[in-house]
Design a protein around this ligand. Structure first.
Ligand code: URP
Ligand code: ZN
Ligand code: ZN
Ligand code: ZN
Length: 472
């Protein structure tokens, strides 16, 4: 068989197996796994791991974030950063702004992404205004068009849904078989804590973490689970930060409920202390994200959940703002209370090295579990399987060649995102992406972007098997 490309001599890793073989590619797909494959072009992968390209199912790109605030990445920079970090597919959000049509918002994001992406992209929706029109017509139509998942929020002034709205949205998801992602933090408790802290003059970025303690996340997680059980709809609790929420999810799973969970690099490597900065100063804003990072005991709990299967996905929640900018972490109106610091941190490029290093290199998780948590499960849960998410015949040739022994120090100057800092400045890792291939073409090589802008496609997704209710 005539091959366009052979990746020779590497160790192929999937979610289930690790084996020594060559990978043969014709056009955009993997067509053969075998020994001594020859082709027009060959890549020597000896000493390297051959992994499915990372799929990051939780990133925010070019999302409106309040008056005067702009996200640090557009689709070009975010997807270049993703590629350099070993990813071949990202799933950002098309955010419905209140009072606007969901369809119009989606078209707007597609225009912004079209011709700009270095890796494949597929949109989730964010439902912030579940009017009868949105629930009755727009959402079902969009789900049929391949936007098969959406996120809802239990906090944030502009996004929060009331319990009744959550239930109504869950019901549509059940009927249409959409996968619902839930941001579980309780709005009222956070408001109460925020006002109390501000009255006491505690307004430094650090108090962001104090204003939304684990109790608030645990309560909302339990409430989301209860509502989902009532409706009989599967849900994905995103960005779980520590033991309290994790135990609610484990409890739900042990009762046979379809409750899935995601966690992120910040919850295994950062703590609330990072928000203090050197001197309780504004630099703590670099770490402001929601839920906030917790403490070392919470990190241990997250590892327990990663090992035992409470978590299905490990995503970045990439949500980049510039630090040294009034359009970013330093608010336009000079409002300095933590309440006004945009929430979110950059991380699409560092997700894989951090989990590999802290997880695989340090012996906490297996290589196969790494692949499952960073690629395979994202494809399965969000309707991209079996096109994406593994190395096998018929899959897209989305591949990252990974050097398991390479040591790197994460530094802003080696990254490709639009933010002006990384929360992991100086963080040492063992294991690094060397070459990223998107559908058989090299997009990133040795830290350089070599792919073509616009080579990344905007994908429609299938209905997910994970979205089927228990009673169906
Ligand atoms: O702080 C965060 N995580 N910002 C991004 C938006 C979200 O809630 O995921
Ligand atoms: Zn060999
Ligand atoms: Zn969220
Ligand atoms: Zn997010």
């Amino acid at each position: 068989m005539e091959l366009d490309l052979a990746i020779r001599g590497g160790t192929v890793v999937t979610a289930s197996d690790t084996f020594h073989c060559d990978v043969g590619i014709r056009g955009e797909r993997i067509v053969v796994l075998g020994e001594n494959l020859r082709a027009q072009r060959e890549i020597d992968a000896s000493g390297l791991l051959v992994l499915p390209g990372g799929i990051d199912s939780h990133v925010h790109i070019a999302q409106p974030s309040g008056p005067g605030v702009v996200m640090a990445d557009d689709f070009a920079s975010a997807t270049a950063s993703a590629a350099a970090g070993g990813n071949t597919t990202v799933l950002p959000f098309a955010l419905q702004q209140r009072g606007t049509s969901l369809r119009a918002c989606v078209e707007d994001y597609r225009r912004k992404a079209d011709g700009e992406c270095y890796v494949d992209t597929a949109f989730h929706l964010i439902v912030s205004d579940p009017t009868p029109e949105v629930l009755g017509q727009e959402l079902p139509a969009l789900l049929k068009d391949g936007y098969t998942s959406f996120k809802v929020f239990m906090t944030y002034d502009d996004l929060v849904l009331k319990d009744r709205e959550l239930l109504d949205v869950f019901e549509v998801a059940r009927r249409e078989r959409a996968l619902v992602m839930v941001h579980a933090e309780g709005y009222d408790a956070i408001r109460y804590m925020t006002e109390r802290l501000e009255r006491e003059g505690r307004t430094a970025p650090y108090y962001h973490a104090v204003s939304r303690p684990e109790i608030v996340e645990r309560e909302a997680t339990h409430r989301a689970i209860s509502h989902a059980e009532l409706v009989d709809v599967p849900i994905m609790i995103v960005h779980v930060s520590g033991r309290e929420a994790m135990e609610q999810i484990r409890w739900a799973q042990s009762r046979g409920l379809k409750v899935y969970a995601e966690t992120c690099p910040q919850y295994i490597t950062l703590t609330a202390e990072d928000l203090q900065g050197p001197d309780m100063d504004m630099s703590g804003a670099k770490y402001v994200c929601s839920p906030p990072p917790r403490d070392e005991e919470s990190q241990a709990a997250i590892w327990e959940g990663l090992r035992t299967g409470v978590f299905q996905t490990f995503s970045s929640d990439h949500c980049p703002f510039r630090y040294d900018s009034p359009a970013g972490k330093l608010h336009p109106n000079g409002k300095t209370s933590f309440r006004w610091v945009p929430n979110g941190i950059p991380g699409v490029e560092t997700r894989l090295p951090i989990l590999f290093s802290e997880g695989v290199s340090k012996g906490r998780i297996s290589l196969n579990r790494f692949v499952e948590l960073t690629a395979t499960n994202h494809a399965k849960i969000y309707g991209l399987y079996p096109r994406k998410g593994s190395i096998g015949i018929g899959f897209d040739a989305d591949i990252v060649l990974w050097d398991p022994n390479r040591r790197e120090v994460i530094r802003q100057e080696i990254l490709h995102h639009g933010a002006d800092y990384t929360p992991w400045e100086g963080f040492e890792v063992t294991g690094w992406p060397v070459t990223t291939l998107l559908r058989g073409q090299i997009v990133a090589d040795g830290g350089r972007i070599v792919g073509a802008k616009g080579a990344g496609r905007i994908l429609a997704r299938n209905v997910s098997a994970y979205a089927a209710s228990i009673g169906t």
